[in-house]
Design a protein around this ligand. Sequence first.
Ligand code: NI
Length: 169
Amino acid sequence: MIYPIVKFGNPVLEKPAEKVTVFDEELKKLIDDMFESMYAARGVGLAAPQIGISRRIAVVDVTFKEDPDAKLVLINPEIIHKEGRHSQSEGCLSIPDFRENVSRAKVATIRAQDLTGKVFEKTADDLLARAFQHETDHLNGKLYISHISALKRDLIKRKIRKLVKAGEW
Ligand code: NI
């Protein structure tokens, strides 16, 4: 099932999501649906709040279907180590048609559970490290625009308000 993507302005995107404690068939189905919804929206990462579900689950595939091994399920993820800094253009399915340079750690280690509940750690750099940080932020109710200057953020918010008024958001 493909879920519609929740856009900026919906409060579900700005509140911390609930920890996952039950690893059952329902969770597996939700994760399948999240991958399907992410691919349908042409994204490389999706957090559950972005489909209106406030639970600590994210899916990532920075290769966009090219490498089946690149499909990652992150349940209750935390960033446990960060190194270096790197600024790069970043976007979000919940803030469509906007992009900004965002400075983040170049290397990041995540600790998360897989869909069976098993804890794992993974270290990544560049795009995958960025995805780890971006998706973990989502589960803490934080969007990438919180990492840019107030000036740029206000400009984006003003443009979004106009789009909302015009019925285009
Ligand atoms: Ni996002």
